[in-house]
Write a protein that binds this ligand. Structure first.
Ligand code: SF4
Ligand code: SF4
Length: 147
């Protein structure tokens, strides 16, 4: 539907509207605080609830994951793929643990479902890449720390 706007008498003198615009720009320039930052030297502090790049937590250098398959079961994007193996000392372990990060929607269900506090989402948000990435176990074992 076409909306027809009436131009007022004073608006027809465009100089007045230009002056108004300049006034608003100058006011913002002089009095408003900066909303941009000098990235990457400066970084914003994100909420502790932020969900970024995954990692698998380790204890004494051994992954906490016991390949229970709960995380691939709850993952709505079907992007976690695990191959379980037997370990002589105790529980199972993931021989292969992969996350197809392009499919991941960072819902955090995997982290919530994990009974071993193994799969974590860190505060890292710089995940841009030149090619499609599948995070393998070696990559996921790099400890990325908390948010
Ligand atoms: S954050 Fe969500 S979508 Fe991503 S791997 Fe975990 S469960 Fe799957
Ligand atoms: S839920 Fe935890 S322990 Fe189970 S397979 Fe996933 S990361 Fe491993």
């Amino acid at each position: 539907m076409l909306i027809k706007r009436e131009t007022g008498f004073l608006q027809r003198f465009y100089l007045l509207e230009v002056m108004k615009g300049l006034f608003i720009t100058t006011k913002n320039w002089l009095f408003s605080k900066n909303i941009t930052i000098q990235y990457p030297e400066q970084r914003r502090k994100y909420s502790p609830l932020f969900r970024g790049q995954h990692y698998i937590k380790t204890t004494n250098g051994v992954e906490n994951c016991t390949a229970c398959m709960l995380c691939p079961t709850v993952c709505p994007a079907d992007c976690i793929h695990i191959e379980a193996g037997e370990r002589a000392d105790k529980e199972k372990f993931p021989v292969r643990f992969e996350i197809d990060i392009l499919r991941c929607c960072f819902c955090g269900y995997c982290e919530e479902a994990c009974p071993k506090d193994a799969i974590k989402l860190s505060g890292i948000y710089e995940m841009a890449d030149y090619e499609r990435r599948v995070y393998d176990k070696n990559f996921l074992l790099i400890q990325r720390g908390s948010k």
